[in-house]
Design a protein around this ligand. Structure first.
Ligand SMILES: [Zn+2]
Ligand SMILES: [Zn+2]
Length: 309
């Protein structure tokens, strides 16, 4: 099992702050836009997220362009987080849908590993009206299959907590821990989880109340799973506490507010892991060859650096 292995008292070089940057022109351009915004990490899709993508590979020229962009920006592949397709519902009780989702997840991890990225995060999905525990087991089975089929590497497969709408799985520390507990020991080191601040808040975790409350929420996840989060998504929330609404806002323009992000950035668990903004962007009309930074992304990164100082 992976633990936090940094020696006590060691200072990190820098926080790994990034965003899910505009994707026009592909992953290499997304990395270049992150570099232009002064980021030290980035999140990308490696296939259109509304499809299963179970046949999409990584061609050598794409890998080469990605590596060139990483070298040019100083953002190494190990600071790149991949977000899996939204359509993959590995909790589905319908065998055909589950099989497609499991194959899609395996392909996500394959692409993420070939690219040499930090990890691939995914939403566990929904069991619908079916039994929740069986849904948890199906998520773990899909993860195990993906991990067993993955090429050698260190790229991890990471469960993302959910905002809790409908019957989605992964809204509590216990549910995330129950998924990870079912991964066989041989595969467990490449499995993990990450936390989205908007999803935490929308699913009823009072991270906005005080530094102690935020720490208690993170403690609960760490104790239940046996490890700290492998990444954070830093998003403010349009919906109220417990609203189960998955609508992201710019930090400081939602119901969470600015201060909880300052507390989080000063928590030991924010060090050394990707801290990824998925907040609204100023533009959505990107040309494929436009490597400039989004104005809102720049503003958010500057805000986070101020809060972290
Ligand atoms: Zn997500
Ligand atoms: Zn979300």
């Amino acid at each position: 099992m992976r633990r936090d292995v940094r020696p006590a008292g060691a200072r990190p070089v820098t926080l790994l702050i990034g965003a899910h940057t505009p994707e026009a022109g592909g992953i290499a351009m997304a990395v270049r836009r992150a570099g232009a915004a002064g980021m030290t990490a980035v999140q990308v899709f490696t296939a259109p997220p509304q499809y299963y993508g179970e046949k999409v590979g990584v061609k050598p020229d794409r890998l080469a362009r990605f590596r060139e962009a990483c070298a040019a920006t100083g953002i190494p592949p190990a600071h790149v987080l991949v977000h899996a397709g939204y359509v993959l519902n590995t909790a589905s009780p319908e065998p055909e849908k589950w099989a497609k989702a499991a194959n899609g997840l395996a392909k996500e991890l394959e692409r993420s590993t070939i690219l040499g990225t930090y990890g691939c995060c995914f939403h566990p999905g929904s069991a619908g009206k079916a039994d929740r525990d069986a849904g948890i087991a199906r998520v773990a089975d899909a993860m195990t299959r993906a991990l067993e089929a993955a090429p050698p590497g260190t790229t991890r497969l990471l469960v993302e907590n959910t905002a809790g709408a409908g019957a989605t799985i992964g809204r509590t520390a216990e549910e995330v821990a129950a998924i990870l507990a079912r991964i066989p020991a041989a595969q467990r080191g490449r499995a993990g989880y990450g936390l989205d601040t908007c999803h935490l808040f929308a699913s009823g975790h009072p991270i906005h109340e005080s530094p102690a409350q935020l720490a208690a929420v993170l403690d609960a996840f760490e104790q239940a799973t046996g490890e700290p989060p492998a990444f954070f998504h830093l998003n403010d929330s349009e919906g109220a506490l417990g609203s189960n609404r998955d609508r992201h806002r710019l930090i400081g323009e939602g119901e969470i507010g600015v201060e909880p992000f300052r507390w989080l950035l000063h928590d030991r668990r924010a060090r050394g892991v990707p801290l990824i903004l998925e907040t609204p962007q100023a533009r959505d009309d990107w040309a494929d060859d436009d490597a400039s930074a989004d104005a809102y992304d720049v503003r958010m990164v500057e805000l986070l650096r101020t809060l972290a100082a």
